[in-house]
Design a binder for this molecule. Sequence first.
Ligand code: BDR
Ligand code: CA
Length: 310
Amino acid sequence: MKNVLLFADPGVDDAFAIMYAVLHPDINLIGIVAGYGNVEVETATRNIETILHLLDADIPVFGGANQPASDVYVEFYPEIHGIEGLGDYEPEGLGYQLTNFTDVYQLFDQYEDITIVEVGRNTGLMVGYMLGKQKMEQATDCFLMGGAFLTPGNITPAAEANFYGDPVAAKFVFENIYSHVFPLDVTEKALVTPEMIQYITAYTPLTRIREPIQLMYRFYQNVYQQFIPGLHGALIHDLMPLMYVTNPDMFRFVHREVYIETSTGPGRGASIADFRPSYETMKEEAADAIKHMIALEADYKAFFHQFLNT
Ligand code: BDR
Ligand code: CA
Protein backbone atom coordinates (compact mmCIF):
# COMPACT_ATOMS: atom_id res chain seq x y z
CA MET A 1 0.00 0.00 0.00
CA LYS A 2 1.43 3.42 -0.97
CA ASN A 3 1.13 6.57 1.11
CA VAL A 4 -0.11 9.32 -1.20
CA LEU A 5 -0.13 13.08 -0.60
CA LEU A 6 -2.40 14.59 -3.24
CA PHE A 7 -2.40 18.19 -4.53
CA ALA A 8 -5.71 18.96 -6.29
CA ASP A 9 -8.04 21.73 -7.50
CA PRO A 10 -11.49 20.06 -7.83
CA GLY A 11 -12.70 20.21 -10.62
CA VAL A 12 -14.74 17.23 -11.81
CA ASP A 13 -11.80 15.04 -12.85
CA ASP A 14 -10.00 15.90 -9.60
CA ALA A 15 -13.11 14.74 -7.73
CA PHE A 16 -12.95 11.37 -9.51
CA ALA A 17 -9.24 11.16 -8.70
CA ILE A 18 -9.97 11.78 -5.02
CA MET A 19 -12.67 9.07 -5.03
CA TYR A 20 -10.24 6.65 -6.66
CA ALA A 21 -7.49 7.44 -4.13
CA VAL A 22 -9.84 7.03 -1.18
CA LEU A 23 -11.40 3.80 -2.42
CA HIS A 24 -8.48 1.89 -3.92
CA PRO A 25 -7.09 -0.68 -1.46
CA ASP A 26 -3.48 -0.10 -2.59
CA ILE A 27 -3.55 3.62 -1.77
CA ASN A 28 -3.31 5.14 1.67
CA LEU A 29 -4.37 8.76 1.09
CA ILE A 30 -2.61 10.63 3.92
CA GLY A 31 -3.60 14.19 2.99
CA ILE A 32 -4.90 16.50 0.27
CA VAL A 33 -3.59 19.99 -0.45
CA ALA A 34 -6.27 22.21 -2.00
CA GLY A 35 -5.16 24.76 -4.59
CA TYR A 36 -6.67 27.36 -6.88
CA GLY A 37 -7.01 26.28 -10.52
CA ASN A 38 -10.29 25.04 -11.87
CA VAL A 39 -11.91 27.06 -9.06
CA GLU A 40 -10.78 29.34 -6.23
CA VAL A 41 -8.83 27.73 -3.40
CA GLU A 42 -11.75 28.14 -0.98
CA THR A 43 -14.13 26.36 -3.38
CA ALA A 44 -11.55 23.65 -4.06
CA THR A 45 -11.23 23.08 -0.33
CA ARG A 46 -14.99 22.91 0.15
CA ASN A 47 -15.24 20.47 -2.77
CA ILE A 48 -12.56 18.19 -1.33
CA GLU A 49 -14.31 18.19 2.03
CA THR A 50 -17.58 17.39 0.26
CA ILE A 51 -16.19 14.36 -1.56
CA LEU A 52 -14.48 13.09 1.59
CA HIS A 53 -17.71 13.55 3.54
CA LEU A 54 -19.71 11.59 0.94
CA LEU A 55 -17.19 8.76 1.25
CA ASP A 56 -17.02 8.96 5.05
CA ALA A 57 -13.27 9.45 4.80
CA ASP A 58 -11.37 11.25 7.53
CA ILE A 59 -8.36 12.71 5.73
CA PRO A 60 -6.64 16.04 6.50
CA VAL A 61 -7.11 18.83 3.97
CA PHE A 62 -4.47 21.55 3.79
CA GLY A 63 -4.79 25.05 2.35
CA GLY A 64 -2.55 25.48 -0.68
CA ALA A 65 -1.86 28.28 -3.14
CA ASN A 66 -4.49 30.89 -3.96
CA GLN A 67 -2.78 32.41 -7.00
CA PRO A 68 -0.07 31.59 -9.50
CA ALA A 69 3.56 32.65 -9.18
CA SER A 70 3.49 33.65 -12.86
CA ASP A 71 0.78 36.33 -12.70
CA VAL A 72 -1.00 38.72 -10.40
CA TYR A 73 -4.37 37.64 -11.75
CA VAL A 74 -5.90 34.21 -11.85
CA GLU A 75 -8.30 32.59 -14.30
CA PHE A 76 -10.88 29.96 -13.28
CA TYR A 77 -12.81 27.54 -15.48
CA PRO A 78 -16.55 27.40 -14.60
CA GLU A 79 -17.33 26.64 -18.25
CA ILE A 80 -15.48 23.33 -17.94
CA HIS A 81 -16.14 22.26 -14.35
CA GLY A 82 -19.34 24.16 -13.46
CA ILE A 83 -19.80 27.24 -11.27
CA GLU A 84 -19.11 25.29 -8.08
CA GLY A 85 -16.44 23.13 -9.73
CA LEU A 86 -18.41 19.88 -9.48
CA GLY A 87 -20.47 20.10 -12.66
CA ASP A 88 -24.22 19.98 -12.03
CA TYR A 89 -23.68 18.80 -8.46
CA GLU A 90 -24.05 21.65 -5.99
CA PRO A 91 -22.76 20.80 -2.53
CA GLU A 92 -25.07 22.11 0.15
CA GLY A 93 -24.04 24.15 3.15
CA LEU A 94 -20.99 22.12 4.07
CA GLY A 95 -18.36 24.19 5.83
CA TYR A 96 -14.70 23.33 5.68
CA GLN A 97 -11.81 23.09 8.06
CA LEU A 98 -8.52 24.23 6.64
CA THR A 99 -5.37 22.90 8.17
CA ASN A 100 -2.53 25.36 7.70
CA PHE A 101 -0.25 24.40 4.82
CA THR A 102 2.87 24.11 6.97
CA ASP A 103 1.23 21.20 8.83
CA VAL A 104 1.88 19.16 5.66
CA TYR A 105 5.49 18.84 6.78
CA GLN A 106 4.40 16.81 9.81
CA LEU A 107 3.28 14.04 7.45
CA PHE A 108 6.94 13.48 6.58
CA ASP A 109 7.63 12.68 10.24
CA GLN A 110 4.64 10.37 10.46
CA TYR A 111 5.13 8.35 7.26
CA GLU A 112 8.26 6.91 5.69
CA ASP A 113 7.50 6.50 2.02
CA ILE A 114 5.36 9.27 0.59
CA THR A 115 4.37 9.58 -3.06
CA ILE A 116 3.36 13.09 -4.07
CA VAL A 117 0.66 13.25 -6.74
CA GLU A 118 -0.06 16.67 -8.26
CA VAL A 119 -3.18 17.08 -10.43
CA GLY A 120 -3.50 20.87 -10.42
CA ARG A 121 -1.39 23.96 -10.95
CA ASN A 122 2.11 23.41 -9.56
CA THR A 123 2.18 26.51 -7.33
CA GLY A 124 1.53 24.83 -3.97
CA LEU A 125 4.08 22.13 -4.71
CA MET A 126 6.69 24.73 -5.64
CA VAL A 127 6.09 26.79 -2.50
CA GLY A 128 6.09 23.61 -0.41
CA TYR A 129 9.56 22.79 -1.70
CA MET A 130 10.82 26.34 -1.33
CA LEU A 131 9.81 26.54 2.31
CA GLY A 132 10.39 22.97 3.41
CA LYS A 133 12.90 21.38 1.05
CA GLN A 134 14.37 19.04 3.68
CA LYS A 135 10.97 17.56 4.43
CA MET A 136 9.58 17.46 0.90
CA GLU A 137 12.73 15.82 -0.41
CA GLN A 138 11.93 12.82 1.73
CA ALA A 139 9.12 11.99 -0.71
CA THR A 140 9.99 8.88 -2.68
CA ASP A 141 8.17 9.80 -5.89
CA CYS A 142 6.42 12.69 -7.56
CA PHE A 143 3.75 12.08 -10.23
CA LEU A 144 2.26 15.01 -12.13
CA MET A 145 -0.72 15.38 -14.44
CA GLY A 146 0.14 18.06 -16.96
CA GLY A 147 1.64 19.01 -20.28
CA ALA A 148 1.25 17.90 -23.87
CA PHE A 149 4.23 16.64 -25.86
CA LEU A 150 3.35 14.96 -29.17
CA THR A 151 -0.25 16.11 -29.05
CA PRO A 152 -1.76 19.65 -29.03
CA GLY A 153 -2.58 21.52 -25.83
CA ASN A 154 -6.09 21.86 -24.48
CA ILE A 155 -6.15 25.42 -23.17
CA THR A 156 -4.10 26.89 -26.05
CA PRO A 157 -2.69 25.17 -29.13
CA ALA A 158 0.64 24.86 -27.30
CA ALA A 159 -0.25 24.29 -23.67
CA GLU A 160 -2.18 22.08 -21.30
CA ALA A 161 -4.18 23.80 -18.53
CA ASN A 162 -2.14 22.86 -15.45
CA PHE A 163 1.18 24.06 -16.85
CA TYR A 164 -0.40 27.04 -18.61
CA GLY A 165 -1.98 28.10 -15.29
CA ASP A 166 1.42 28.62 -13.67
CA PRO A 167 4.37 27.98 -15.98
CA VAL A 168 6.85 29.47 -13.50
CA ALA A 169 5.81 26.88 -10.90
CA ALA A 170 5.86 24.02 -13.41
CA LYS A 171 9.36 25.04 -14.51
CA PHE A 172 10.52 25.10 -10.89
CA VAL A 173 9.11 21.64 -10.28
CA PHE A 174 10.84 20.15 -13.33
CA GLU A 175 14.12 21.82 -12.44
CA ASN A 176 14.09 20.59 -8.87
CA ILE A 177 12.13 17.36 -8.55
CA TYR A 178 12.60 13.96 -10.16
CA SER A 179 9.14 13.40 -11.62
CA HIS A 180 6.94 11.16 -13.70
CA VAL A 181 4.64 13.25 -15.86
CA PHE A 182 1.26 12.16 -17.30
CA PRO A 183 0.49 14.54 -20.17
CA LEU A 184 -2.51 14.80 -22.49
CA ASP A 185 -0.72 12.23 -24.68
CA VAL A 186 -1.85 9.56 -22.19
CA THR A 187 -4.86 11.16 -20.55
CA GLU A 188 -6.67 10.76 -23.87
CA LYS A 189 -6.90 7.14 -22.66
CA ALA A 190 -8.66 8.24 -19.46
CA LEU A 191 -11.94 7.97 -21.30
CA VAL A 192 -14.99 7.38 -19.13
CA THR A 193 -18.20 6.64 -21.05
CA PRO A 194 -21.81 7.19 -19.94
CA GLU A 195 -22.18 3.39 -19.74
CA MET A 196 -19.33 3.16 -17.23
CA ILE A 197 -21.02 5.80 -15.09
CA GLN A 198 -24.35 3.97 -15.34
CA TYR A 199 -22.66 0.78 -14.21
CA ILE A 200 -20.90 2.40 -11.26
CA THR A 201 -23.92 4.29 -10.04
CA ALA A 202 -26.15 1.24 -10.35
CA TYR A 203 -23.84 -1.11 -8.47
CA THR A 204 -21.79 0.87 -5.98
CA PRO A 205 -22.73 0.02 -2.40
CA LEU A 206 -21.90 3.66 -1.55
CA THR A 207 -25.40 4.92 -2.23
CA ARG A 208 -24.64 8.50 -1.16
CA ILE A 209 -22.25 9.10 -4.04
CA ARG A 210 -24.51 7.76 -6.80
CA GLU A 211 -26.31 11.02 -7.56
CA PRO A 212 -23.28 13.31 -7.11
CA ILE A 213 -21.33 11.15 -9.57
CA GLN A 214 -24.12 11.32 -12.13
CA LEU A 215 -24.45 15.09 -11.78
CA MET A 216 -20.73 15.77 -11.95
CA TYR A 217 -20.28 13.55 -14.97
CA ARG A 218 -23.35 14.87 -16.84
CA PHE A 219 -22.06 18.45 -16.96
CA TYR A 220 -18.46 17.49 -17.73
CA GLN A 221 -19.46 15.12 -20.49
CA ASN A 222 -21.63 17.78 -22.14
CA VAL A 223 -18.63 20.10 -22.18
CA TYR A 224 -16.52 17.38 -23.79
CA GLN A 225 -19.05 16.98 -26.58
CA GLN A 226 -18.31 20.58 -27.55
CA PHE A 227 -14.53 20.23 -27.23
CA ILE A 228 -14.09 16.94 -29.02
CA PRO A 229 -17.14 16.33 -31.20
CA GLY A 230 -17.82 12.63 -31.60
CA LEU A 231 -16.01 11.57 -28.41
CA HIS A 232 -18.14 8.99 -26.64
CA GLY A 233 -17.56 10.08 -23.04
CA ALA A 234 -15.24 12.45 -21.21
CA LEU A 235 -11.56 12.47 -20.26
CA ILE A 236 -10.89 12.12 -16.54
CA HIS A 237 -7.26 13.26 -16.83
CA ASP A 238 -6.43 13.39 -13.14
CA LEU A 239 -6.94 9.65 -12.64
CA MET A 240 -3.81 8.78 -14.60
CA PRO A 241 -1.03 9.47 -12.06
CA LEU A 242 -3.07 7.61 -9.43
CA MET A 243 -3.51 4.69 -11.81
CA TYR A 244 0.27 4.63 -12.02
CA VAL A 245 0.42 4.26 -8.24
CA THR A 246 -1.86 1.22 -8.39
CA ASN A 247 -0.90 -0.19 -11.83
CA PRO A 248 2.67 0.73 -12.74
CA ASP A 249 2.69 -1.67 -15.70
CA MET A 250 -0.06 0.06 -17.62
CA PHE A 251 2.16 2.90 -18.96
CA ARG A 252 5.06 3.21 -21.37
CA PHE A 253 7.52 5.98 -20.51
CA VAL A 254 10.37 7.76 -22.21
CA HIS A 255 13.24 9.26 -20.28
CA ARG A 256 13.62 12.91 -21.30
CA GLU A 257 14.43 16.31 -19.85
CA VAL A 258 11.29 18.48 -19.74
CA TYR A 259 11.38 22.24 -20.38
CA ILE A 260 8.51 24.61 -19.65
CA GLU A 261 8.01 27.79 -21.63
CA THR A 262 7.41 30.72 -19.28
CA SER A 263 7.10 33.55 -21.82
CA THR A 264 3.76 35.36 -22.06
CA GLY A 265 3.46 34.73 -25.79
CA PRO A 266 1.59 31.96 -27.62
CA GLY A 267 4.04 29.39 -26.26
CA ARG A 268 3.20 30.10 -22.62
CA GLY A 269 3.03 26.89 -20.56
CA ALA A 270 4.19 24.63 -23.40
CA SER A 271 6.00 21.47 -22.29
CA ILE A 272 8.94 20.62 -24.50
CA ALA A 273 11.13 17.51 -24.72
CA ASP A 274 13.50 16.26 -27.37
CA PHE A 275 11.82 13.66 -29.59
CA ARG A 276 14.17 13.95 -32.53
CA PRO A 277 15.29 10.54 -33.83
CA SER A 278 18.92 11.35 -33.07
CA TYR A 279 18.12 11.92 -29.37
CA GLU A 280 18.90 8.42 -28.08
CA THR A 281 22.51 8.40 -29.27
CA MET A 282 23.12 12.06 -28.42
CA LYS A 283 21.97 11.74 -24.83
CA GLU A 284 23.08 8.21 -23.95
CA GLU A 285 26.02 9.33 -21.81
CA ALA A 286 24.08 11.97 -19.94
CA ALA A 287 21.03 9.76 -19.34
CA ASP A 288 21.58 9.45 -15.59
CA ALA A 289 21.32 13.20 -15.16
CA ILE A 290 17.83 13.33 -16.67
CA LYS A 291 15.23 13.77 -14.01
CA HIS A 292 11.99 13.14 -15.86
CA MET A 293 9.94 10.24 -17.15
CA ILE A 294 7.19 11.10 -19.64
CA ALA A 295 4.27 8.71 -20.02
CA LEU A 296 3.45 8.41 -23.71
CA GLU A 297 1.19 5.36 -23.86
CA ALA A 298 -1.39 3.82 -21.55
CA ASP A 299 -3.27 0.54 -21.66
CA TYR A 300 -6.98 1.36 -21.94
CA LYS A 301 -8.14 -2.10 -20.88
CA ALA A 302 -6.25 -1.74 -17.62
CA PHE A 303 -7.72 1.73 -17.10
CA PHE A 304 -11.24 0.49 -17.76
CA HIS A 305 -10.86 -2.45 -15.40
CA GLN A 306 -9.31 -0.43 -12.56
CA PHE A 307 -11.84 2.37 -12.85
CA LEU A 308 -14.89 0.14 -12.69
CA ASN A 309 -13.48 -2.15 -10.03
CA THR A 310 -12.48 0.67 -7.71
C1 BDR B 1 -6.12 19.37 -16.22
O1 BDR B 1 -6.68 20.68 -16.17
C2 BDR B 1 -7.76 20.72 -15.26
O2 BDR B 1 -8.84 21.39 -15.80
C3 BDR B 1 -8.10 19.29 -14.94
O3 BDR B 1 -8.58 19.16 -13.62
C4 BDR B 1 -6.81 18.56 -15.14
O4 BDR B 1 -6.03 18.56 -13.96
C5 BDR B 1 -6.30 18.81 -17.62
O5 BDR B 1 -5.65 19.62 -18.55
CA1 CA C 1 -7.02 19.12 -11.83
